[in-house]
Design a protein around this ligand. Structure first.
Ligand code: NAP
Length: 259
């Protein structure tokens, strides 16, 4: 399918690895020029070069912590005038409900709620002026089905989802389409870290922890960054113009619900 976005420009945050990288790769395959971001410059540049080599699109890299005001400023300088925004950042650490104090909540809200909102506020006005734009926020299955040990994530991402639900409806008539993409378990560094945490908590091997977690997924496996990226690229495509404020769940069937 021709996604109809060849020649457009996208900012993909937190994209040197994992799900953000999957989104950057799939957009590049559709002919989209990229601004890619992560904190670590080496991995970021390596991923950007691989994309330039494979897809022949322009890729600008910005090594910065996108959850800080300084990082956002650097990213936004490079991304002025983009047509597509994919927000993403690392997820908060797991723990018990008693573990976190105000500072932990502020950090999680900054990373997974207030950063995407700041980027939306900075870039969507230009999209509205040009009459076309796409925003995809990488959130989590935890919005639909809270993960007990991820209280910080459950809280921050639910807040972003509420903001997007209202905002997407305010900008849809101006040609800007905004939705959220909710990953369930995917084979990335983040999933490995969570496997490690589960193994430690239960006193079992990481391999056994992974097997246990795969057994909770009807598809019987973790998702891939390529599958995730392809869905994101469709949500950024010309064909997604009637999809507004949706929360698209990619979890291999793990969340047992009809809606
Ligand atoms: P990942 O494999 O650990 O990759 C994270 C990427 O984001 C890396 O490129 C990392 O590079 C970059 N990054 C992290 N913090 C950043 C920051 N503050 N500023 C800029 N770049 C940053 O993680 P992932 O699995 O792709 O997860 C992406 C998001 O989806 C996370 O919020 C995660 O909680 C959520 N999620 C993932 C899963 C899953 O199964 N994988 C499930 C549900 C939700 P640097 O470290 O160099 O900055």
């Amino acid at each position: 399918m021709d996604l109809g976005i060849s020649g457009k420009r996208a900012l993909v945050c937190a994209s040197s690895k994992g799900l953000g990288l999957g989104c950057a790769e799939a957009l590049a395959e559709a002919g989209v020029n990229l601004v890619m971001n992560a904190r670590g410059a080496e991995a970021l540049e390596a991923s950007a070069q691989a994309i330039r080599d494979q897809y022949g699109v322009d890729v600008v890299t910005v090594a910065a912590d996108v959850t800080t005001p300084e990082g956002q400023q650097k990213v936004l300088e490079a991304a002025a005038g983009v047509d597509i925004l994919v927000t993403n950042a690392g997820g908060p650490p797991p723990g018990l409900w008693t573990d976190w104090d105000r500072d932990d909540f502020i950090k999680a809200l900054d990373a997974n709620m207030l950063t995407p909102i700041a980027l939306i506020k900075a870039l969507v006005p230009g999209m509205i002026e040009r009459g076309w734009g796409r925003v995809v926020n990488i959130t989590s299955v935890s919005v639909k089905s809270p993960v007990p040990v991820l209280g910080l994530s459950n809280a921050a991402r639910a807040g972003l989802t509420g903001y997007v639900a209202g905002t997407a409806r305010q900008v849809a008539g101006k040609g800007v389409i905004m939705n959220n993409l909710q990953p369930g378990l995917h084979a990335t560094d983040r999933a490995e870290a969570l496997d490690g945490g589960a193994a430690k908590a239960q006193g079992i091997s990481v391999e056994d922890a992974k097997k246990q977690r795969c057994a909770t997924i009807p598809a019987g496996r973790y998702g891939t960054r390529q599958e995730f990226g392809a869905t994101c690229a469709f949500m950024c495509s010309q064909h997604a113009g009637f999809m507004v404020a949706q929360n698209i769940l990619l979890d291999g069937g793990a969340t047992n619900t009809t809606m």
